[in-house]
Design a binder for this molecule. Structure first.
Ligand code: ARG
Length: 267
């Protein structure tokens, strides 16, 4: 009876996966919490999945990984009296919730936009950053809109909202997919693609350091970044929200913002 054996296999798989995730857990109590303890996949650590590089949100500097997201998650780790450990892993496993489900990390912090599809596969914190899509090209190019790229090559980052935006809004433009933003932006510099689409914060940081490139357009996509936790991990999600709200109220959020976005108008 094939139907029966299929469902049995499914049950076994789900049970094993749940055990694997649970067996590695340790719990820790945030100091100011009402008592609910947060389960962590590695004891004494808040393990974060991210996809490098995504400057200024997360980028390797020497031996350390630093950035806006890193600093915010450090506030959560501090509250839990643990240290943050960052795991660099492809964006696909992050945005599909797979890494969180597999117990690879407690949370995902990757300049990740909250979308309805992703929210089905993982739970998001309250929004912590606003973003839009933008277009980057070599300085002096005539590529100032998606329409101007008809018949040309537009670079996109795999699995991102920028890729989805380009697929929907750039008819007649050939999109070329790159695994990470470093490869994407190098392709703009070398002329492998005529322009690239990605989040404004990352592109403005890049053109600041690479004056031979410029941001030629912004598209008001109204995106908001959220930290991801495994579906149903309400203890950690609420802890993140409490810490970020407190940091917004007491000025720590603004100081971290000013540190990583020195050129941005004060918000
Ligand atoms: N905000 C975009 C998205 O969520 C891009 C995120 C890419 N992040 C990264 N760390 N590679 O799709």
């Amino acid at each position: 009876m094939p139907a029966r054996s299929t469902s049995l296999t499914l049950v076994t798989t789900v049970t094993t996966a749940a055990l694997v995730v649970l067996s590695g857990c340790t719990s820790t109590k945030p100091s100011g919490s009402g008592g609910s303890s947060v389960e962590l996949v590695n004891s004494g650590k808040l393990t974060t999945c991210t996809h490098l590089p995504y400057e200024p949100f997360q980028v390797r500097k020497g031996d350390a990984i630093v950035g806006f997201d890193v600093d915010l998650v450090d506030l959560v780790a501090k509250e839990l009296k643990v240290t943050q450990e960052i795991v660099d892993t492809p964006f696909e496993g992050i945005q599909t919730g797979e890494d969180l489900n597999a117990g690879k990390c407690d949370l995902a912090a990757a300049g990740m936009t909250i979308t309805p599809v992703r929210a089905k596969n993982l739970d998001f914190s309250a929004p912590y950053f606003d973003a839009t899509q933008a277009l980057v090209a070599k300085k002096g190019s005539s590529f100032t809109s998606l329409a101007s790229l008809k018949g040309k090559k537009l670079g996109v980052q795999q699995g991102t909202t920028g890729e989805t935006y380009a697929q929907k809004n750039a008819p007649g433009v050939t999109t070329v997919q790159f695994e990470d933003v470093a490869l994407l932006l190098t392709a703009v510099k070398t002329g492998q693609v005529d322009a690239a689409v990605n989040d404004n914060g990352v592109l403005f940081e890049y053109v600041r350091k690479n004056p031979d490139t410029e941001v030629t357009a912004e598209f008001e996509t109204g995106e908001k970044y959220g930290f991801g936790v495994r579906t149903g991990n309400d203890a950690l999600r609420k802890e993140i929200d409490t810490v970020i709200k407190k940091a917004r109220d007491d000025g720590r959020y603004d100081r971290i913002y000013a540190k990583w976005f020195p050129a941005a108008p004060k918000k």
